[in-house]
Design a protein around this ligand. Structure first.
Ligand SMILES: *[C@@H]1O[C@H](CO)[C@@H](O)[C@H](O)[C@H]1NC(C)=O
Length: 312
């Protein structure tokens, strides 16, 4: 056969998370419940923000967009993972594998820019309150959204460009429950040391870069809040702590996965569950936890959704 034939591996085999029957059962229950809960929570947020006039402000529009992205985030890997937990032979086609990588990176990129946009929104609201409506105009929101999707898609295509021409000829077993670059690259029948370095630099740089921007902005905003501590500052603080919690939840596993230098470790596999089901589930909870407007709107939305059941 031609040594340049790249299509020798047509599918990959996942080893999954664990071979123990009990842990698998636990994971099925845990992931299914979290998946349904995060889809429901995020749908309610998108529905509430789009239908409730009181929530038509940049902060809530960005939050609804984050919820929308979170629905994608938990649908890329977890339904397949839950389905695979029942199967002995967990396989994914070559195309399916590439699709997972594509969507993981698009969603990751969009989410990072959205989090930065939300930090910027809070910065303007707290540090330049008089100019809030002129700076965070509908045009600015659309601009942030366009930037988020442009960066997400281009980052993802850039990552895929690394692997389209790689030969996969032999081993096809991935010690994971989803396809992602660090592990996939190690299966290529060529020296991928430099590619691995490029992928780490690309994802790691974007990740650490956005995280640093966010960290610095929130520290700056917190300082401003504390300096001008007035009546509104406790509400501002609770909103800010929600944002900071989400940022930490999102970035800790991602940064670990892309910058951790020990390929033999199993740690990244389990941390990936966080980004797959736990973070999309916690986002709506964290944002609505101490937010009265959001809670009221969600109650209204839920009433609309279940009104017929209540009548009967
Ligand atoms: C995302 O934000 C835009 C611009 O503010 C808004 O018009 C749109 O409704 C939001 N999308 C969702 C799903 O809420």
């Amino acid at each position: 056969m031609d040594g340049r034939n790249h299509s020798m591996v047509s599918e990959f085999v996942f080893l999954g998370l664990s071979s123990s029957r009990e842990i698998q059962l636990l994971l099925v229950v845990f992931s299914s419940v979290l998946y349904v809960a995060s889809m429901t929570g995020n749908i309610i947020i998108v529905f509430s923000v789009t239908t409730d006039r009181h929530l038509h402000s940049p902060m809530y529009f960005l939050l609804a967009n984050l919820s929308f992205i979170d629905m994608g985030a938990c649908s890329v890997t977890s339904p397949k993972m839950i389905y695979d937990l029942f199967r002995k032979h967990k396989t994914i086609s070559f195309g399916g594998c590439i699709a997972q990588i594509f969507f993981i990176h698009v969603i990751g990129g969009v989410e990072m820019v959205l989090l930065i946009a939300m930090a910027f929104d809070r910065y303007v609201a707290i540090c330049k309150p008089l100019h809030y409506l002129t700076i965070m105009s509908p045009r600015m929101c659309i601009l942030f959204l366009a930037a988020a999707w442009a960066l997400g898609v281009s980052h993802s295509l850039f990552q895929l460009a690394f692997i389209v021409n790689l030969p996969f000829c032999g081993p096809n077993v991935l010690d994971s429950f989803y396809c992602d670059l660090p592990r996939l690259l190690r299966l290529a029948c060529t020296d991928t040391y430099r590619l691995q370095f490029m992928v780490t630099v690309n994802s790691g740089f974007i990740c650490v870069g956005s995280f640093s921007i966010l960290l610095i902005s929130y520290i700056f905003i917190l300082f401003t809040v504390c300096k001008h501590s007035s009546g509104g500052s406790s509400k501002a603080l609770s909103t800010l702590s929600a944002h900071i919690a989400v940022v930490l939840l999102f970035f800790s596993p991602t940064m670990f996965i892309y910058t951790w230098p020990h390929p033999k470790s199993q740690m990244d596999k389990f941390l990936a569950i966080f980004d797959a089901v736990l973070t999309p589930f916690l986002n709506p909870i964290i944002y609505t936890f101490r937010n009265k407007d959001m809670k009221a709107a969600m109650k209204k939305a839920c009433k609309h959704l279940v009104i017929y059941r209540k009548i009967s």
